[in-house]
Design a protein around this ligand. Structure first.
Ligand code: URA
Length: 241
């Protein structure tokens, strides 16, 4: 664990977590409202945000009142919107009504797998904004057996109608099943990449969003993020990440 004179200033950690300006955060610390690893923090305190357990008014930092974070295993045939004019099932129907949440990014109608839903707009923006480059991992069952040349193309960049794709990590896990890790999040990107190299996708499953992985959520069900998962996700989109 970091010594107290190492790490990041606590007021900065709190400001980043949305408690207000650094000055406001200093006031919160000075008022004795912040515990770090069980002790009341003093002004100037530094912490290792990787390991410190920080509580403000008894609530873990990162879990702000009213904010919820659901990790859903989206089944195929469900639309990633709040409302579908064609009356198809929508992801919002699979999670609690209140508080109202929205999906972070989107999966195609026929794509399955992990989808985050939250009412935390700031975190959602960061996860979807290309500049933070949050990795997403997919397992794609494709037609045919991609050759080494096709795999190289997928890895190095494929020419799509909206430009060449950034390098991707691509690993065959069976002859016609690929694990792809991308960080761009363009519309139907994996399907278009696989189409472009002559191996259309038959089934697509998202298996990871940044640090979030869970193979045990049954299709159509969800769970709340654990505290550590939320912290890891916040760290992955921190400005100095
Ligand atoms: N890439 C796709 O092609 N579809 C998705 O749903 C997600 C990523």
């Amino acid at each position: 664990m970091a010594a107290d004179d190492e790490g990041i200033r606590l007021q900065k950690v709190l400001a980043r977590a949305g408690f207000g300006s650094r000055r406001v955060c200093d006031d919160i610390i000075a008022a004795g409202r912040v515990l770090v690893n069980g002790s009341v923090a003093v002004l100037g305190r530094r912490v290792d945000p990787e390991t410190a357990m920080i509580l403000v008014d008894g609530a873990p930092v990162g879990v702000r009142p009213g904010l919820v974070y659901y990790l859903l295993n989206k089944p195929a045939g469900v639309v990633t919107t709040a409302d579908d004019p064609q009356g198809r099932p929508v992801v919002i129907d699979l999670v609690p009504d209140e508080p109202r949440v929205f999906p972070v990014g989107r999966l195609d109608l026929d794509t399955e797998g992990l989808l985050l839903l939250t009412n935390d707009g700031e975190l959602a923006n960061r996860i979807t904004h290309p500049s933070y480059g949050v990795e997403k991992e997919y397992v794609a069952h494709v037609e045919g057996v991609p050759s080494r040349a096709a795999l190289r193309l997928l890895r190095e960049g494929v020419e799509l109608d909206d430009g060449i794709t950034a390098p991707a990590r691509v690993t065959p896990i069976e002859p016609n099943v690929l694990r792809l890790v991308i960080h761009e999040g363009r519309n139907r990107q994996v399907r278009r990449m696989c189409d472009a190299v002559g191996h259309p996708v038959i089934r697509l499953v998202r298996t990871r969003i940044g640090p979030l992985i869970d193979h045990s959520i049954r299709p159509g069900t969800w769970r709340s993020l654990e505290f550590d998962e939320l912290r890891a996700l916040e760290r992955s989109v921190a400005d100095d990440a």
